[in-house]
Design a binder for this molecule. Structure first.
Ligand code: ARG
Length: 462
């Protein structure tokens, strides 16, 4: 019989760890959130052990019953976690063994190294399903907002300078595209997370003839890992997930930035609802876009999580090293932050009003159609570089004489280019100008309507 020792590896130790060490090395206060995955993994493992004759059917039933009981106690908040038991795995296993002697057989052919890798892969797969829903919710919120403002035009910007007119819907659909790439990155990352490490042992598999495919099937994994050393040390699936999250966070941050500037008095394009803004404790008139600002701020943290994970893994020799215990909090933070942000930002989009008059005013600047005049000249046979020069000179004349480009008299155009055809100056109608943008990807109303319809159809299935 092993001597009494608090730890599960007590056999060769004469004392338990120092209190400081116990505190320093424990992870149960954060990895306990893996309990569902850990229990599912243990039941699948025990089931397989019963199939290869290590556990009797009765022992398997007792283990399954005990684990399910523990799971409902954790659900109900009545389970007593013990720091001395270090992590989620040892807490659950020790509690099980207190309930049934068969618990002592559960860890056969298994190490916490392949166990934790399995738990994390299960957890990642589950969370990605949640993310896909939240991203679709975000896309739906953008489509709904766009759909209510189909006739609103705004200036499109490059370098944050007014460039060319676009429909607001086109601008919002740009974010729908971005969030769709986020979705596809996650779907792609999920394929590589969908591999079972269990059966790899501490690093070198097991002499016990474990049936890995059976466990994979029970747990819903597509494949089993092909190299035991890689299986216990690989954290690529977390890096990929954190990287995908960092990109999503950057997309959210950019959307937030647009909302912040649009809601400023200088732009005045939108008003964010009271429920999604806050006031100032000092200045009574203030209404601040804090949700958007915090979203912008949170992106730094999610990028930081990715950097921490990359740095954590980069110097590790094969195979499992205890450093890897540090992976969880960073990944949890990355996932929690992005999920909460997606949720609150999508809700906020439903509470934004567009100031159509301000948008119309902003987009009415005829300079936004300068390129269209150049295009019209090109269609009359003028080489583009000459057309660009002609319009550029006209803009300079307008700037000097402080007149609108649309009001520059024909005589002045003729001074620049005597052979100018007066009908090229018919371009100064924004809606008509946009209607001329006919190709795929352009902001013509017809294309935007088609895009909206196609997104609605695709998102209805999500
Ligand atoms: N709590 C550990 C972790 O998260 C579990 C694996 C521990 N393995 C070990 N050999 N000490 O990484």
């Amino acid at each position: 019989m092993a001597k009494k020792n608090k730890t599960l590896w007590g056999g060769r130790f004469s004392s338990g760890p120092d209190a400081k060490v116990q505190r320093f090395t424990r992870s149960v206060h954060f990895d306990k959130r893996l309990y569902k995955e850990d229990i599912a993994g243990s039941i699948a493992h025990a089931h397989m052990l019963s199939k290869i004759g290590i556990l009797s059917t009765g022992e398997f039933r007792a283990i399954e019953k005990g684990l399910k009981q523990i799971e409902s106690e954790i659900d109900a908040g009545t389970f007593r976690w013990k720091d001395a038991r270090e992590d989620v795995h040892m807490n659950i296993e020790a509690a099980l063994t207190e309930r049934t002697p068969a618990g002592a057989k559960l860890h056969t052919g298994r190490s916490r190294n392949d166990q934790v890798a399995t738990d994390m892969r299960l957890w990642v797969k589950n969370q990605i399903t949640v993310d896909l829903q939240l991203l679709a919710g975000m896309q739906k919120a953008l489509i709904s907002w766009a759909g209510q403002n189909m006739d609103v035009l705004i200036p499109g910007y490059t370098h944050l300078q007014r460039a060319q007119p676009v429909y607001l819907a086109h601008h919002l659909l740009a974010y729908v595209e971005m969030f769709d790439r986020d979705r596809s990155r996650l779907v792609d990352a999920r394929v590589r997370a969908d591999v079972l490490p269990l059966g790899s042992g501490a690093l070198a598999g097991s002499t016990i003839p474990l049936k890995r495919e059976l466990v994979a099937k029970t747990l819903g994994f597509a494949r089993v890992t092909a190299n035991s050393l890689d299986a216990v040390s690989d954290r690529d699936f977390m890096l990929e997930y954190a990287a995908a999250n960092a990109i999503t966070a950057v997309h959210l941050s950019r959307l937030a930035e647009d909302l912040i500037i649009w809601s400023s008095a200088e732009f005045g394009f939108i008003r964010i609802g009271d429920a999604f803004t806050t006031g100032s404790s000092l200045m009574p008139q203030k209404k601040n876009p804090d949700v958007a600002e915090i979203t912008r701020g949170k992106s730094g943290r999610v990028i930081g999580d990715l950097m921490a994970l990359l740095t954590l893994v980069k110097g590790l020799p094969m195979t499992y090293n205890r450093d890897l215990q540090e992976d969880k909090e960073r990944l949890f933070d990355s996932v929690d932050t992005v999920q909460e942000t997606l949720d609150v930002m999508a809700a906020m989009l439903y509470d934004i009003k567009v100031n159509k008059a301000t948008c119309t005013q902003a987009v009415s600047d005829p300079l936004l159609l300068a390129t269209d005049i150049a295009d019209a000249l090109v269609l009359k046979g003028v080489p583009f570089r000459h057309a660009h020069e002609i319009v550029g000179q006209a803009v300079a004349v307008c700037e000097k004489s402080r007149c609108l480009l649309s009001q520059l008299p024909l005589a002045d155009w003729k001074k620049i280019q005597p052979k100018i055809d007066p009908d090229v100056l018919d371009v100064f109608d924004v809606k008509k100008a946009l209607a001329r943008r006919l190709m795929v990807g352009a902001p013509g109303l017809k294309q935007i309507k088609a895009e909206m319809a196609s997104w609605k159809k695709r998102l209805a299935r999500k």
